[in-house]
Design a protein around this ligand. Structure first.
Ligand code: NAD
Ligand code: UD1
Length: 312
């Protein structure tokens, strides 16, 4: 089996590539290295350094593959709020381009990284796949419209498409350097360097964190499953758990060795524009489909992040 992974030099993508290679799959990566790193592409994968905004690069990338795992995107919600049209070019227009190239080339399976962000500001205990969505940021609007396009490609061209709504993914190789980096990467770096942590809002907002190795296993299973129906399948990728930023800091601080009794210094800044207060997924569909999926506990996953950072 030959799989194309767009964004395979990125945080989640590099773990997916690793898992596919472990399973003996042939892997091609298309990545423009805008936020990904060449050195994060595992040995054994073919790297095509190109942008998915280039139609000819998309056509060449899908040539001869059995499945596409489409992860390339500008993954920052904040960045999309600041630059809607620039992020749209990558997050939606290029998604349509890649799906079009895949169906034209006769690729059977298309696994798409959607996001919990599609549920938007709706307050409910846990978001289920059949619940109404309310995307409020350009990032979320593009992700949801991307799903809708895949529904079209499935109905019109028989594509077996999977839209995976990732909740907050964390783990090694999530880069802390950008101001848009994920909260765990930023807090772990801050604690290790003895710097104050910036909390946007009151710190009582909650997220459903899921370890990247578990996500890679789930994504790989979707890519490998024999093609089934020509209909879009939507699935949350989450743990069904709720952790506030304050609780996160309390778990992370001991893992970094920063808890010597003194509480880490926290600086509060206003909540980010478009920020979602509570985000938790219903994982019933995922569990029914993959009952014995790996579930790395948060404290164990945080320890691996810290180990990775300390290893340099
Ligand atoms: P990431 O930034 O580490 O990975 C994205 C990859 O896409 C990078 O390697 C980047 O270089 C590449 N890329 C960006 N624009 C490109 C372009 N025009 N052409 C080719 N490659 C391009 O982000 P990530 O956290 O690994 O996210 C992967 C996917 O999962 C994204 O689609 C993101 O929206 C989605 N997602 C992530 C999370 C999360 O918690 N990290 C949650 C929900 C959804
Ligand atoms: C994240 C993903 C996004 C995905 C969404 C799905 C990243 C960078 N973004 O967005 O791609 O679609 O989950 O749920 O992984 N915060 C701080 N201080 C910081 C950094 C963040 O207080 O230094 C706060 C944020 O304001 C937010 C929370 O922590 O309230 C989580 O932020 P972040 O890790 O950026 O993720 P999301 O915005 O949830």
């Amino acid at each position: 089996m030959h799989v194309l992974v767009s964004g395979g030099a990125g945080f989640i993508g590099s773990h997916v590539v690793e898992r596919l290679l472990e399973h003996g799959r042939r892997v091609r990566v298309i990545d423009d290295l805008s936020s990904g790193r060449r050195e994060h592409v595992p040995d054994g994968a073919e790297l095509v350094e190109a942008s998915i905004t280039d139609p000819s690069a998309c056509r060449a990338a899908v040539d001869g593959v059995d499945a596409v795992v489409h992860l390339a995107a500008i993954a920052s919600v904040t960045r999309s709020v600041e630059a809607p049209s620039a992020t749209h070019e990558v997050n939606l227009a290029a998604t349509i381009r890649l799906a079009e190239a895949a169906t034209t080339a006769g690729v059977a399976r298309f696994v798409y990284a959607s996001s919990a962000a599609v549920y938007g500001l709706i307050e409910r205990d846990a978001h289920g796949e059949h619940d109404p969505v309310a995307p409020v940021t350009p990032y979320a609007i593009d992700k949801y419209t991307g799903e809708t396009y895949l529904r079209f490609f499935a109905a019109e061209h028989g594509l077996d498409a999977r839209a995976l709504r990732f909740f907050n993914v964390y783990g090694p190789r999530q880069l802390p350097s950008s101001p848009y980096a994920g909260v765990i990467a930023r807090f772990a770096t801050g604690l290790l360097q003895g710097e104050p942590l910036t909390v946007y809002g009151d710190g009582e907002q909650t997220r459903d964190f899921i370890y990247v190795g578990d996500v890679a296993t789930i994504v790989t299973r979707h890519a490998e499953e024999p093609p089934t129906s020509a209909a879009l399948r939507v699935m949350n990728v989450c743990n069904g758990s709720r952790t506030s930023l304050h609780d996160l800091i309390a778990t992370l601080a001991p893992a970094t060795g920063a808890a010597t009794g003194a509480a880490p210094e926290i600086r509060h800044e206003p909540a980010r524009s478009g920020d979602i207060r509570h985000s938790r997924g219903d994982d019933a569909e995922l569990t029914a489909w993959f009952p014995d999926r790996p579930r790395t506990a948060l404290d164990e996953g945080l320890r691996r992040v810290v180990d990775w950072m300390q290893a340099g």
